[in-house]
Design a protein around this ligand. Structure first.
Ligand code: AGP
Length: 614
């Protein structure tokens, strides 16, 4: 979603802003803009399209200044066009503002400001902020920081903002509520602000994460000062970034998504490291240690998430039921938050989110927390909002995921859920010692088996080429493989724009079977396991209607080989661990089909990497 970058220092801001906006492209956006302050003049450039379009628009003119703000917009209020792009400017022309989030009560504020002579140009909710701050500055005679604070007192919604004032050429003011902001502290008094650390890491490793309700004032003379919305002084907590620049580069791959698919042996290993000890037969999850007993005694687990994280949660349901014998309910965070869910104080709520910033997941957490449940987070981004609001949690160590389509984050989430379910099951005595140790050893062997699946890429690409022009696809799986079928379908949809549906294989005959004809590719997970024979029957049902079957099978399988149009063999592993392997061919198929169809794999249309609005 929208991205923010800002700079104040002694270097030229424009190249830093443009480079920063490029780093933020992965979040998904449809327009971009910058504002620069130079010798008392405020210059704004903005346009619909990509950062490269913005550069062409600027075309080497009016880009001077050592103080500036930049923004990538993902449209919510009003279509993507030049006028709705940020920064927005006050009627006086003095202020420029960029904003991530949504101002819910923008309509009455806009009406009031209009009646006071402010002229609005855009359809955005954001524009009210810049006029409101300007109005307060003029009517109250307050300085920029205090005007921002007073303005935010009357605002309902989520925001991360940065404001410049032509009359204060040595200052920028930033504030956040429910939308993240990071401040980088560089050499010689230079400061950076960004919506995540990606535009900052190449300049400095020293950062301050702004907390909800805080307002940061950065000026050349006094550096960084933080207050909260109640005007209390806060001491900035400077941390060292864990992010490394190489993680933000493609490293020789054509796309980030392909790089991230191939990183999975490493990311799964990193998510296991220090937690799984096959020698001692132990699973240690330090981040949830204090809540381990509550977890062991839980009568129920609720899992909340969205999209791919919700799919990982479904795998978690099968894992906890099978290994720990605890009832589990998996909820779309967006539905959960608006129901009146029954939540008990002895419930464990697991919130899963790669970005740690998904608005609906955050709201679901707040709801469950308010009703006394214990919230355990599974997040990939260190220091993210979800990581901070949960009682405890375990990070997935997947490293930054830049491709909008989640790949390595999914397998890392499933890895952490597997560790949790094994540990809790072992402590509850619901899994025998023999099975526990066998599964630990099998889990330890997963990264090498993922490598083996990845070695099959040429064959998977060959299959992708055959089905690249299909307009529909069906994905089927049973048991632990059902969530993988959903995930496979989601991957194809989001990056190839091919309509795809995931189903439990047995559900096919309750409706989707009507879709099957000789044009329809049906991707089936038919690995060895308790429902193998049933899945073989489902394949026969598809073949009887002339559907094309592409089956993921266990190495050495000959039965499905004889039935399916294509088989993709993967190494044998126990059923609870199978999602970690069976999802890989689906990721690769989607990737190659998308590339062959000429789609923008890393930044698919309309999608955002972290969905910070509900
Ligand atoms: C997955 O490929 C999607 N990009 C999307 O479904 C994503 O998983 C969802 O928006 C949740 O994001 P989160 O994990 O950052 O909370």
């Amino acid at each position: 979603m929208c991205g923010i970058v800002a700079y104040l220092g002694d270097k030229q801001a424009y190249p830093i802003l443009i480079n920063g906006l490029r780093r933020l492209e992965y979040r998904g956006y449809d327009s971009a803009g910058v504002a620069l302050l130079n010798e008392g003049a405020l210059t704004i450039h903005k346009c619909q399209g990509k950062v490269s379009d913005l550069e062409a628009h600027v075309n080497g003119h009016g880009h001077q200044g050592t103080l500036g703000i930049g923004h990538t917009r993902w449209a919510t209020h009003g279509p993507p066009n030049d006028i709705n792009a940020h920064p927005h400017q006050s009627t006086s022309g003095d202020l420029a503002l960029i904003h991530n989030g949504i101002i819910e009560n923008y309509a009455p504020i806009k009406e009031e400001l209009r009646s006071r002579g402010h002229v609005f140009h855009s359809d955005t909710d954001t524009e009210v902020l810049v006029h409101l701050i300007d109005d307060i500055q003029r009517s109250e005679g307050t300085d920029l920081a205090e005007s921002v604070r007073l303005a935010l007192e009357s605002v309902v919604g989520a925001y991360a903002i940065v404001v410049l004032d032509r009359k204060n050429p040595d200052m920028m003011v930033a504030a956040r509520k429910s939308s993240p902001l990071v401040i980088g502290i560089g050499e010689g008094g230079e400061h950076f602000i960004a919506s995540d650390a990606t535009p900052i890491v190449e300049h400095t490793r020293n950062v301050v994460y702004l907390e909800d309700g805080e307002i940061a004032v950065i000026d050349r003379q006094h550096g960084l000062k933080i207050r909260n919305i109640k005007n209390q002084v806060k001491t900035p907590f400077i941390q060292e970034l864990e992010l490394h620049l190489e993680a933000l580069e493609k490293g020789g791959y054509e796309h980030f998504m392909l790089k991230e698919i191939h990183e999975q042996p490493r990311s799964i290993r990193d998510s296991l490291r220090g937690r799984l000890n096959t020698a001692t037969g132990e699973v240690v999850l330090g981040g949830i240690k204090d809540y381990e007993q509550k977890f062991v005694q839980a009568k129920r687990i609720l899992i909340v998430g969205c999209g791919t994280s919700w799919h990982a949660g479904l795998v978690g349901e099968y894992l906890f039921e099978e290994l720990a014998r605890i009832p589990v309910e998996v909820e779309y965070a967006s539905e959960f938050r608006y129901r009146n869910p029954i939540i008990h104080e002895d419930d464990i709520v697991i919130a899963i989110s790669q970005s740690g910033e998904t608005a609906d997941t955050l709201a679901a957490i707040e709801l469950a927390k308010g009703r006394g449940a214990t919230i355990i987070g599974i997040c990939n981004v260190v220091g993210s909002s979800i990581a901070r609001v949960t009682h405890a949690g375990s990070y997935t160590h997947a490293g930054p995921e830049i491709g909008v389509a989640s790949t390595k984050a999914f397998t890392a989430q499933v890895t952490v859920l597997t560790l949790m379910a094994l540990m809790i099951g072992h402590k509850r005595g619901t899994i025998s010692g023999g099975r526990f140790h066998a599964l630990l050893n099998e889990l330890d062997a997963i990264p090498a088996k993922v490598e083996a699946v990845l070695r099959n890429e040429a064959q998977i690409k060959y299959i992708a080429d055959i089905y690249k022009d299909s307009t529909n696809a069906l994905y089927l799986g049973r048991g632990f493989s059902f969530p993988v079928a959903l995930e496979g379908a989601l991957k194809l949809k989001e990056i190839s724009y091919v309509h795809a549906e995931g189903y439990p294989a047995a559900e096919m005959k309750h409706g989707p079977i009507a879709l099957i004809d000789e044009e329809m590719p049906v991707f089936v997970i038919a690995t060895k396991g308790p429902s193998y024979e049933k899945v073989v029957s489902n394949i026969q049902e598809v073949k009887a209607r002339k559907g094309k079957v592409i089956a993921i099978v266990t190495e050495g399988d000959t039965v499905v080989q004889g039935l399916a149009d294509h088989v993709i063999p993967i190494p044998e592993t126990p059923e609870p661990l199978m999602p970690l392997l069976s999802v890989i061919p689906f990721q690769l198929i989607s990737y190659h089909i998308a590339v062959m169809r000429g789609c923008n794999v890393d930044q698919p249309r309309n999608l955002a990497k972290s969905v910070t609005v509900e």
